[in-house]
Structure formats: C-alpha cells, structure tokens
Design a protein around this ligand. Sequence first.
Ligand code: EPU
Length: 332
Amino acid sequence: MLQQHFPLTDRNTLRLVSEASAYAGFRSLAELIQLQGYATRAQLPLRVLGGGSNVLLSEKVNALVVQSESCRIQLVMQNDEVSLVDVDAGMNWHQWVEQSIAFGHGIENLALIPGTVGAAPVQNIGAYGVEVGEFIDSVTGYQLSTRQLRTFSAAECRFGYRDSVFKRELRNDFVILRVRFRLPRRFSPVVSYAPLNSLNAAEITPASLIQAVTDIRMSKLPDPANVPNAGSFFQNPVVSDECARQLAARYPDLPVYAQPHGAKLAAGWLIDQCGFRGKPFGPVAMYEKQALVLTTSAGATLADVRALQKRVQDSVYEKFGVWLEPEPQLFA
Ligand code: EPU
C-alpha cells in the first residue's frame, strides 16, 4: 500500500531522521511497474531501498521509495559440483546465509552482515577473505529508464572491492529483483583471514563457521538494533605500492594488505591514530571498539554525519596524506 510522507528513520540502520514523499513495498515486477507509473504521474523519482544498512538518508527524500517484500528461495539446478539458487531481493541476508548451507557453500564468512540479498551485489559485500561476487552467477532486475527486465552475468556486474556496475552506471536506475547464486557443493572453508585463522580447519563445519563469524562480528561490531551504525563507514583505501612502502617505513604498525594493484590500508587504524575512537561529536561518534564504524544516537541527521566524516577525512589526510572515501551511499 502506498503511503505519503513516510518516516524512514526506522528503515535505516544509522537511524538518521528522514522522511520520504511516498513509500510502498512491492512483491512482483507487475507491482513495481505500477509504482513506476504512479511516480511518473506524481513527478517523483523512484528510489529503491534495501535493508537500509549502507545508505545515508537525507532529512527529506523527495522520491517514491520502494522496497522489495519478496523473499523466495528457489533451487534452479543442482549437480555433483554446484547448486544454482535464485533468491529474491527482499530476503534478509543473514537468513539466506543460514539457509544457503543446505544448497552449497562459500558465503558462510558473510554471516551477520546486515541488509538484504538485493543490496548485497550493489557494493559487493565482503568479510574475512570472501566477497559475495565470487558466488554470484547473475543478477536480474528492472531498469527504470528503459523499462526492461535485464539479467547481468557476474562478469557484467563488474564486481570490485565494495564496487559493482550497480553503484556506477546503473546507480538509481536499476531495481534488483533476484540474485542467482552459484554455490559449490564441496565445503572448502576460507579461514586464512584473522581471526578465523585460529580455528582448527579439520573440525570446522558450515554451521560452526557461520557461528564463529557471527561471534567475531558480535564481539567487534555494534549491533545496529542497539547502537545505530552502517558497518564500516569508510572503505579501506587502496594506495600505490610506493605510498604504502613510505607509510609502512614511518608507521611500522600500520596494517597493509597487498593487492593485485597497489596495497590496501586499514582505514580503522588510520582513524584510530588520529584520536577519533570513542569520542562523541554531538550525536555521532566513531565506535570505541572499531574506529571505522560510525555510530549515532537519537536525533542524528545527515548533516551531523557529514560533519564528522569531513573531520575524519581532513585529519587522516593531514597526518597520512591518504583520502578516505565513505562506504555508504547517499540516498537523497
Ligand atoms: N584497527 C585499529 N583500530 C581500530 C580499528 C581497526 O587499529 O579502531 C586495526 C585492526 O587491529 C586490524 C586492522 O585495523 O589490524 C583491520 O581491522 P579489521 O580486521 O577489524 O577489519 P577492517 O579492515 O577494519 C574490513 C571490512 C569489514 C569486514 C572486516 C573483516 C572494509 C571497509 N571493511 O574491516 O566490513 O567485516 O574487514 O573482513 O573493507 C563493512 O564493510 O561494513 C564491514 C564491516
């Protein structure tokens, strides 16, 4: 049902104060197309919201905001090696991870990431050495500008570190309806990444790996239900090898991860070194146990978040000469 002047404060995990001109959930392509018709008549852009866990909402969103309410899981094909499984965009990500192990493996390391299945490919969610793009066969959705149903192969999704075509050329133009996963049936856990590397590889089962990842995340990251946040607020910056070498020489403790091109630095460490960890700035702060996570308290707005973002960016740039880019996307 379409509702006017709809509060979005409860629909974003940062709990930023926000209101949409109009809002509706949809359960099918036909309903989405109907909503597009309404938006055109009302001269409102149409914006799709997933779990609201990676967005920065402005106080007034002058749009018809839609959210998928479909959460079917359908086995498409299975042989000895792989399962192909279609999952609707509205499915809760963590619930899908828990159910995925009945079909195949690979996404256990992505347990407890907040959000929906439809949002997962947009920023190519990743944790503990795994990125979702590695297990996606294709993504199907509706392109608003051309009014076409389109399917993108994994290669066409152009997955990168927290990046995909859906964040770039197709930004605000593509409503993901379902994701087809390609899950190997053999369980070969990725436990090379700290702190999973302390697990005994021989004893790990898919369910125990999900549990281990869940425990680690619960100990390090704030639960959005209690402390509003959007996970990592900045991306880990990728710099040239030369820049990484110079910084590592000056700061031997700086965590540096080699990449195919250049090196990734731990943004949390850089922010921590600038003294932001646990220090409140009005209703926003960088989290006391993980300086990469921005948390809010009641009444926080996008302006509060932007002010702290800028302070952090400027301080890190001044001290280390590295510019941090925010991870959550503006939703205005
Ligand atoms: N560190 C500090 N101080 C801090 C925070 C971190 O010194 O306040 C140091 C840690 O000690 C560690 C390093 O920085 O040596 C990296 O920290 P961590 O292992 O917590 O991982 P991260 O690089 O901060 C990334 C992802 C997370 C993902 C974890 C685990 C990004 C932007 N973030 O964080 O993803 O869960 O690795 O794989 O790539 C997310 O994207 O929302 C997210 C939570």
